[in-house]
Design a protein around this ligand. Structure first.
Ligand code: NAD
Ligand code: TYD
Length: 336
């Protein structure tokens, strides 16, 4: 592997993965291919912009010609696909782009990887393809039962990727990560939303009674897991990535307020998400056998993340702009 195309690399996990790869492998070239939707942000990759091993291509994974041209131009041998529409609440308000990018876009990458005989297509999937699990943990062999249009689109995209392995022998691998947090996460997701609202003394909208449970994975632990599967994973296989740091949303919101010295009266009950998954939890024995384990304890990672948003207000304040405020109005004010 020498020349890696990171689709969706200007987003949250993709950008952290790009930083990790350039730090870890000085002999790799890393090319970000990104449409720069509302969630993509050149500032996320600004710290590596001058690295001679880094390049950026503005493009859509749904556009076959654009993808083909980027792969040829940069002599790409490996694609790592982060590109997706990623927010459950937006998928409920407006699912169209989710089906386009998360299903059709994954299909286009399979086609190009097959046509140009790439060494690897690694696809980033999610725990949400399995659906909720009230007790116990999902193994990689468990059935998919997604509930939201986001999760169903991710499941469809992933099934296409697997079908290209089974049908055409395309060299693919897949990782299914749990809820991820850390620097550069777009403001709509729970943790950055709660942190930035609290900094601004704005209400923290907690869905339902806050009792839903998510496992919380630090973004660099997620990036290292993808690195391990890229280098040591078995072709055709999917690997769960999880941290075993299950917390309720109420617990997370209280901890954020405590770290910022803000009152718990900021917590406000918001109208619940339809089909809100009660809990996600994954068994990681398979990835553990490749030598990966998470390093970040949640309370430590949360403290560092809160500090990052306190220190990097120049990164996030401009994001609270017209389009984001329109979404906020639709999601939190008009649905009340
Ligand atoms: P994000 O929303 O922060 O970033 C997505 C990136 O993809 C953005 O840069 C956006 O511009 C780009 N993009 C969107 N549509 C595109 C298209 N058609 N062509 C090219 N680029 C496009 O997302 P994230 O949180 O970093 O998630 C990255 C991947 O990881 C996604 O596939 C997501 O499903 C998966 N995932 C996320 C989490 C999580 O907790 N955030 C957990 C598990 C899996
Ligand atoms: P989110 O960050 O959207 O991730 P996901 O839906 O992929 O798990 O939400 C994490 C949890 O926080 C989820 O149980 C929904 C809840 N949540 C709220 O209570 N309020 C909010 O404003 C948001 C965005 C999420």
């Amino acid at each position: 592997m020498k020349n890696v195309l990171v689709t969706g690399g200007a987003g949250f996990i993709g950008a952290n993965f790009v930083h990790h790869m350039l730090r870890t492998y000085p002999d790799y070239r890393v090319v970000v291919y990104d449409k720069l939707t509302y969630a993509g942000n050149p500032a996320n990759v600004a710290p590596v912009a001058k690295n001679p091993n880094y390049a950026f291509v503005h493009g859509d994974i749904c556009n076959r010609e654009q993808v083909r041209a980027a792969v040829k131009q940069h002599n790409i041998d490996t694609i790592v696909n982060f590109a997706a529409e990623t927010h459950v609440d937006r998928s409920i308000l407006d699912p169209d782009a989710f089906v386009q990018t998360d299903v059709y876009g994954a299909f286009v990458l399979c086609e190009i990887a097959k046509e140009l005989r790439l060494e690897r297509l690694h696809h980033i999937s999610t725990d949400e393809v399995y659906g909720p699990i009230p007790t116990g943990k999902f193994k990689e062999t468990d059935r998919f039962k997604p509930t939201s249009p986001y999760a169903a689109s991710k499941a469809g995209g992933e099934l296409l990727v697997i079908s290209y392995f089974l049908t055409y022998g395309l060299p693919i691998t897949i990782t299914r990560g749990v809820n991820t947090y850390g620097p550069y996460q777009f403001l709509e997701k729970a943790i950055p939303l709660f942190i930035t609202n609290a900094i601004e003394d704005q209400p923290i909208p907690l869905y339902g009674d806050g009792s839903m449970i998510r496992d919380r994975l630090y973004v660099l632990d997620h990036a290292r897991a993808i690195d391990v599967v890229l280098h040591r994973g078995t072709l055709g296989e999917a690997y769960n990535v999880a941290a075993d740091m299950e917390r309720t949303n109420l617990d997370v919101s209280r901890k954020i307020l405590a770290l910022l010295n803000k009152p718990e009266t900021l917590i406000q009950r918001a109208l619940d998400r339809p089909a809100h998954d009660v809990r996600y939890a994954l068994d990681t024995e398979k990835l553990g056998a490749l030598g990966w384990e998470p390093q970040m304890y949640f309370e430590q990672g949360l403290e560092e993340t809160v500090q990052w948003y306190v220190d990097n207000q120049a990164w996030w304040r401009p994001l609270k702009n017209g389009a984001y405020l329109d979404y906020y109005q639709k999601q939190y004010i008009e649905r009340r």
